[in-house]
Design a protein around this ligand. Structure first.
Ligand code: FMN
Length: 159
């Protein structure tokens, strides 16, 4: 079993490497992972863009996906997870939501504009506190080892 991941700004990559270390399995970038004929079992991890798990629709029939780690900015709630399951048609494949973050430095163009607008709105509505300049400089980072507890427990039961 391997962890295969897609990451634009590094949060999913961090989770993939943390999970790999924890379980003693290799984490590889999707672009470096060829479609194996024997359909090796993989854990697929990717980031969420407009409720869509990036590259999932492309890989789901090529690889034997045991479970999905979906990384996004939204708070972790049952409704959010349910909505991801429905929109991405993940069926019986278990999906674990992991809260990632935003790196304004690593984003460009429209993506940066959108994420800044969302953050500005959250500051305005006191969903996040602090000096806006500092928040934009530092970005937002919700990656925590404990967020991987549920997905690791699931995989431990499978290997
Ligand atoms: C254009 C765009 C759309 C996004 N849409 C969502 C979304 O629908 N839900 C969500 O939870 N996060 C959304 N995000 C936030 C990313 O999923 C989050 O920043 C994630 O940590 C990025 O992971 P990466 O660093 O591995 O690329 C969006 C980000 C961008 C740039």
């Amino acid at each position: 079993m391997k962890i295969v991941y897609e990451s634009q700004t590094g949060f999913t990559e961090r989770y993939a490497n943390m999970l790999g270390k924890r379980l003693g399995i290799e984490a590889v970038k999707l672009k470096d992972y060829p479609a194996h004929e024997e359909k090796e079992e993989i854990i697929f991890m990717s980031w969420i863009c407009a409720n869509s798990i990036k590259k999932y629709s492309k890989v789901k029939d090529k690889h034997n996906i045991k479970c999905i780690g979906a990384v996004g900015m939204a708070e972790s709630t049952d409704n959010n997870t349910k909505s991801l399951i429905t929109s991405n048609k993940t069926g019986d494949t278990p999906l674990f939501y992991l809260r990632g973050g935003v790196s304004f430095q690593r984003l460009k163009g429209l993506s940066k504009f959108i994420m800044k607008a969302i953050t500005k709105n959250e500051i305005k509505n006191h969903k996040i506190e602090g000096d806006p300049e500092k928040i934009f400089a530092a970005g937002r980072d919700y990656v925590k080892e404990e967020n991987l507890d549920a997905i690791s427990e699931y995989i431990k039961g499978k290997i």
